[in-house]
Design a protein around this ligand. Structure first.
Ligand SMILES: N[C@@H](CCC(=O)N[C@@H](CS)C(=O)NCC(=O)O)C(=O)O
Length: 234
């Protein structure tokens, strides 16, 4: 069987989610963190939207973290990412999508908009190239600008940071009610919803707002449990 290659951007929560799913299912894979002009061009050939993650296995190319999870679920059904039968499968899908499409804005907005997180954002955009090609020159400059413009365009970036922090606390409190005293959202087994929620909340790492999640009495231990089960410190 062809080895899986996972194309990633540094610090990308969607890549963290895909990587964690592979780790959870014990599927061997090679990481390719896009850091050079040549690698960026390679990513563009595989995925015209130039987004990461991208999974490649032989001739098969799968883009988008949700599709990647579906792909590996079909090929390696055990352990399932959709535990608890049909009812939970629907809820898992909705929560996975909520984390990807809604919760994700908090991590990115705090990183790109809050000046206290500049160091974290800059580190994510660092390029490892001595002879700087167009990607290496443009990526760090454009990356932050594009992140800001997107957050402003979405609307979240135009709200006061204090309001965003209060909104995030509300999400975290509601998540705590969903988790209660279970190890994971649906019980003893990790689901695609856990992978997605954890991956997005972990993108607060080293940000001023990280403490809102890690110091929470329910979410803190939940994130630590996920780290132990599927994390790799990134
Ligand atoms: N829906 C996609 C989102 C992927 C995504 O937004 N990836 C970011 C990195 S975290 C990216 O590639 N950003 C570069 C861009 O959008 O140009 C998924 O779940 O994979």
């Amino acid at each position: 069987m062809d080895t899986i290659i996972l194309y990633e951007f540094s610090g990308c929560p969607f890549c963290r989610k895909a990587r964690a799913a592979l780790r959870y299912k014990n599927i061997p894979f090679t990481r390719k963190i896009v850091k050079t002009t040549a690698e960026y061009a390679e990513l563009g050939r595989l995925n015209p939207s130039r987004q990461a993650p991208v999974l490649v296995q032989g001739d098969k190319v799968v883009t988008d973290s949700t599709d990647i999870l579906q792909y590996i679920e079909e090929k390696w059904p055990k352990p399932t990412l959709f535990p608890g039968g049909a009812n939970n499968a629907a809820l898992t899908h909705f929560l996975e999508d909520w984390a990807d499409e809604a919760l994700s804005w908090y991590g990115s907005t705090f990183r790109w908009i809050d000046p206290r997180n500049n160091k974290v954002a800059n580190k994510q955009l660092r390029i490892s190239e001595t002879k700087k090609g167009p990607f290496a020159v443009l990526f760090p400059r454009m990356g932050q600008l594009v992140g800001r413009i997107r957050a402003l365009g979405q609307g979240i970036g135009r709200r006061p940071l204090e309001k965003l922090e209060r909104d995030l606390i509300r999400h975290i409190d509601e998540l705590a009610k969903a988790i209660q005293n279970k190890p994971y959202i649906f019980g003893d087994e990790i689901s695609a919803a856990d992978l997605s929620i954890w991956a997005q909340l972990r993108s607060l790492r080293f940000c001023t707002q990280e403490k809102l999640a890690v110091e929470h009495p329910v979410l803190g231990p939940y994130l630590a449990r996920m780290d132990t089960a599927v994390g790799d410190g990134e």
